[in-house]
Ligand binder design. Structure first.
Ligand SMILES: Cc1cc2nc3c(=O)[nH]c(=O)nc-3n(C[C@H](O)[C@H](O)[C@H](O)COP(=O)(O)OP(=O)(O)OC[C@H]3O[C@@H](n4cnc5c(N)ncnc54)[C@H](O)[C@@H]3O)c2cc1C
Length: 404
């Protein structure tokens, strides 16, 4: 295993870190105090700068106009970008568009690629992914109520989705709906492209989350599909293969998330250490950083970050060497380990900032509110733990051992 960073990626990371420090972090006060939609003009300017610097769409193949980075390389980029909530959006590698691009690239028809993939990669349009339903458990995604029933050359879609990230202002949705109710549960659903201006695609609201409903890209929508009619040519991949396709991109998607969370860890850790060194808490001028308990938080945070980072890089390396299926335990381990590491580090950093940590004068309160979701989306902690522990116990029963 070799985690050495090539000279080319080293240069890219330096460019990105400098760009984040000089161009994006200074925008955060505006981001924290205004609606995302109001910031679009300035964000567009920053996107143009990125394109000129040839840093656009790091995870997309070169033939689509991206940088063509591999999983470990993009993971490192994702970490650098994760230091600010604006990073991924500005470089055109934000969820859920990044995943939707991957799906369209691998499974789209030529027409779908021309109509949806091309403008999506170029950042001219946005998309959303509608799988989770209001009345069904997202933790068991094969339990879906949304249906797509054939009628002539169309599908008619009915269902009630929510948590469709960035649906507000999206041009199209990739919708998971049951097309084959009589098939085995894993083969019942399909992915279907639905332009958001189709009659029957009803954006009910941006869901208020931790006190804020957000807008445009920075929002999560509730969507009601009411006799929403789309042509059958909008089917993405094979009918009944919705979960097969979703499964394919889960591994890489989790590496991207975990590396972004490690970027958040780094930012919170930077703020914690600076504050500990500067904040005077004793009459003789001694700082918070002289207190044993704060030093303990710093040491523990540093060790946790390092452990989580190595675990994630190892999982990315393993996916590249032997594929996502063989690395499935590693992927599950990092999902709950890194999410909890991030929340612990953010919490310690906030605590070190005292009252200031609770304000929106630093980015910590934003991370604290919005990143709590990391333990829920992409598989809640408990679901990953249940699944890996069951397989580990089976391995011991059947072979007397479990190989990491
Ligand atoms: C910020 C955010 C963004 C999201 N973006 C999207 C998106 O773009 N598109 C989309 O389709 N969805 C999205 N989701 C939805 C997300 O995928 C679901 O919330 C998640 O899958 C959990 O499903 P649920 O909310 O229905 O919880 P439930 O399935 O009801 O589970 C609730 C809780 O029960 C526990 N639990 C569940 N199953 C088990 C089990 N087998 N064993 C033990 N405990 C269990 C877990 O603690 C879990 O947190 C997003 C969610 C969030 C918070």
């Amino acid at each position: 295993m070799d985690f050495e960073i090539s000279e080319r990626i080293q240069v890219v990371l330096e460019m990105i870190n400098e760009f984040v420090d000089k161009e994006l972090i200074p925008l955060e006060p505006e981001f924290l105090n205004h609606e995302f939609v109001e910031m679009l003009p300035v964000l567009q300017e920053k996107r143009q700068m990125v394109k000129k610097m040839e840093l656009w769409a790091p995870n997309q193949p070169k033939e689509l106009g991206g940088m063509g980075l591999d999983l470990v390389e993009h993971g490192l980029v994702s970490e650098a970008l994760g230091r600010t909530p604006l990073g991924h959006y500005i470089l055109g590698c934000q969820a859920p568009d990044a995943g939707n691009c991957e799906i369209l690239h691998m499974h789209g028809t030529d027409e779908q690629k021309e109509t949806y993939l091309k403008p999506l990669v170029e950042g001219k349009i946005r998309s959303c992914f509608c799988m989770t339903e209001v009345d069904m458990p997202g933790s068991n995604p094969v339990m879906l109520e949304t249906t797509a029933v054939k009628d002539g050359s169309d599908y008619i879609i009915n269902g009630h989705k929510w948590y469709s990230t960035a649906a507000d202002g999206a041009k199209f949705a990739i919708v998971m709906a049951v097309t084959n109710p009589d098939a085995p549960s894993y083969l019942q659903a399909s992915m279907i492209i639905v332009p958001t201006d189709t009659p029957g695609f009803n954006h009910v609201r941006n869901i208020p989350i931790m006190g804020h409903a957000g807008s445009d890209y920075a929002s999560h929508g509730e969507i009601l599909f009411q006799s929403c009619r789309v042509p059958q040519k909008n089917l993405l991949g094979n009918e009944g293969h919705g979960f097969v396709i979703a499964q394919e991109r889960l591994g890489p998607g989790r590496i991207h998330h975990c590396m972004r969370w490690l970027g958040i860890c780094k930012r919170a850790f930077d703020l914690m250490c600076k504050r500990a060194n500067e904040r005077k808490v004793l009459p003789d001028g001694r700082t918070l950083g002289t207190r044993q308990i704060v030093r303990s938080w710093i040491a523990e945070s540093a060790a946790r970050i390092q452990a989580a980072r190595l675990m994630t890089l190892h999982a990315a390396w393993k996916i590249e060497k032997v594929g996502a299926k063989a690395a499935r335990y590693d992927i599950a381990f990092i999902k709950f380990t890194v999410a909890n590491t991030m929340l612990k580090v953010v919490d310690s950093a906030l605590q070190v900032h005292g009252g200031l940590g609770m304000t929106d004068d630093t980015i910590l309160s934003y991370f604290y509110r919005h990143e709590r979701a990391a333990r829920i989306y992409d598989g809640a902690d408990e679901v990953h733990k249940m699944s890996v522990s069951k397989k580990i116990l089976n391995a011991y029963r059947e072979h007397g051992d479990f190989r990491f």
